[in-house]
Design a protein around this ligand. Structure first.
Ligand code: SF4
Length: 379
C-alpha cells in the first residue's frame, strides 16, 4: 500500500482536502486532511465515499464504439481521430450551431467543464447543456438583472453575522455553499448571542439544530418571502439610505407588497403569523446572513424565490454589507454572463429558450417558445 497522499474531493465545488491511501490506481482508504488550510479536516459523507465514485465498476476506462448495435472497445487514438473527423465534417457542413456540449455542473463535473467549454467556444458554439441550468437558471437570471452579471453570487458573511437564516438548505449533511458548514451551523446553534433560523418543510439535520424552525408547507417559500418583505415595509423597517444609494426601481415594487394579507399567507404557509413577523423584524434590524439552496431554487417558483430573496436583502441593507451577504472572491468567475437581451446571445433553435450563463437545461427543447417568454413578476 502507498503512503497517505494529499488530494481533494471533487464531488462538489468545495473541494475539501482529503488524504488517500492507494494501491496502484485504486483508492483503499480515505481520511480527512486536518492540515488543509481552508477545510481544516472537514469531510462530508460523500467525500468519505469518494472511492465508490472513483473506482465504480460501471465507470468507463476506455472509449466504446457502437457497431451493429453493440459497443466494442477501441483505442484512444482511434477515438480521437474519428471524433475529430466527425466534428470537422459537421462544422463544415452545418456550422457551429449544429454542435452542443453536454457536461459540467457542480458535482465533480466542473473540472472537465473548463476543458469542455473551452473546446466548445473554440468550435464557435455557445450551446453548453448542463444540469446546472436546471438547478440555477432562475438564480443566474436574477443575479444578472440585479447585480449586472449573472456570474455574481452572494455568499453569507458568517464571520460577522449575528444570525444565520437558512432557507431550503441542509448544510449539516453537505457543505455545499458554506465552507466547513457543519461547524458553522453548530456555532450559530450553540452560541447564545447568535441564532440559527431554518426555513424548510423537512425536519432536516440542519433544522434539528435550529433555534427556530419554520416548517413551511412545500411550495410556499415565495409566499413566505413575500410576507417577510410585506411586514418589513408595512412597519417601515426598510433601510431608506441604502435603498436610495444602491437600488433602482424601489417605488415600482412596493405596490406588490402594500396591503398584503400576511395573516392569510402565514396560514397557507402553515406557520404562526407572529413568528413570521418576529423573523421579519429580526432580519431587518440585526446582521443576518442568508444561505438558500436547491430547496427553493428548484421548486415551482424558483426564479421568483430568488427575486424575492434579493428584494428582501436589498431593502434591509444586507447586500455587500458586513454580516449580511457578500460577493466572495473567486479565482475564476463562476460561469459566463449571457444576457438574453443581447442579440449576440444564442437561444435554442427549436424553442428559442435562453440560457443564462450560456448554460442550457436539457428539458428546454421539449418546451414551446411561449413557455420561454415569461419574466418573473410578483403577484
Ligand atoms: S463537502 Fe463533501 S462532497 Fe463537497 S467537497 Fe467536501 S467532502 Fe466532497
Amino acid at each position: 500500500m502507498d503512503k497517505w497522499k494529499k488530494t481533494f474531493c471533487p464531488l462538489c465545488y468545495h473541494n475539501c482536502g482529503l488524504e488517500v491511501q492507494a494501491k496502484g490506481n485504486t483508492i483503499r482508504q480515505v481520511r480527512r486532511d486536518k492540515g488543509h488550510p481552508r477545510t481544516k479536516g472537514y469531510m462530508c459523507r460523500k467525500g468519505a465515499r469518494v472511492a465508490h465514485y472513483q473506482d465504480h465498476h460501471e465507470r468507463l476506462t476506455h472509449p466504446l464504439k457502437r457497431r451493429n448495435g453493440e459497443f466494442e472497445k477501441i483505442s484512444w487514438d482511434q477515438a480521437f481521430k474519428e471524433i475529430a473527423a466527425m466534428l470537422k465534417k459537421i462544422l463544415l457542413e452545418n456550422g457551429p450551431r449544429s454542435i452542443a456540449y453536454m457536461g459540467g455542473g457542480g458535482q465533480g463535473c466542473h473540472l472537465e467543464a473548463s476543458f469542455g467549454r473551452g473546446f466548445l467556444l473554440a468550435l464557435g458554439s455557445q450551446y453548453h447543456y448542463s444540469p446546472l441550468a436546471q438547478e440555477l437558471t432562475g438564480l443566474y437570471w436574477v443575479n444578472g438583472r440585479s447585480y449586472g452579471r449573472q456570474n455574481l453570487y452572494l455568499g453569507p458573511d458568517l464571520d460577522e453575522a449575528r444570525n444565520f437564516l437558512v432557507i431550503g438548505w441542509n448544510g449539516y449533511a453537505s457543505n455545499a455553499g458554506v465552507n466547513r458548514a457543519r461547524e458553522r451551523l453548530e456555532e450559530f446553534s450553540k452560541d447564545r448571542d447568535k441564532s440559527l433560523i431554518v426555513v424548510d418543510p423537512l425536519r432536516s439535520e440542519t433544522a434539528r439544530l435550529a433555534d427556530k424552525h419554520f416548517q413551511i408547507r412545500i411550495g410556499t417559500a415565495a409566499l413566505f418571502l413575500k410576507s417577510l418583505i410585506a411586514v418589513i415595509l408595512s412597519e417601515g423597517l426598510e433601510n431608506r439610505a441604502y435603498i436610495e444609494k444602491y437600488c433602482v426601481g424601489f417605488d415600482d415594487i412596493t405596490k406588490w407588497f402594500k396591503d398584503f394579507d400576511v395573516a392569510s399567507a402565514a396560514r397557507v404557509c402553515g406557520i404562526e403569523q407572529r413568528d413570521l413577523e418576529e423573523l421579519a423584524r429580526t432580519y431587518a434590524t440585526q446582521p443576518t446572513a442568508i444561505r438558500s439552496d436547491l430547496g427553493i431554487l428548484m421548486d415551482r417558483q424558483s426564479t421568483m424565490n430568488s427575486y424575492l430573496e434579493m428584494i428582501l436583502m436589498a431593502i434591509c441593507r444586507r447586500i455587500g454589507t458586513s454580516g449580511g451577504n457578500v460577493f466572495p472572491g473567486h479565482v475564476l468567475p463562476l460561469g459566463p454572463h449571457s444576457d438574453e437581451r443581447n442579440p449576440a446571445t444564442w437561444r435554442t433553435v427549436e424553442t428559442s429558450w435562453r440560457g443564462p450563463a450560456t448554460t442550457f437545461p436539457l428539458f428546454s427543447e421539449t418546451l414551446s417558445s411561449d413557455d420561454c417568454s415569461s419574466t418573473p413578476r410578483v403577484s
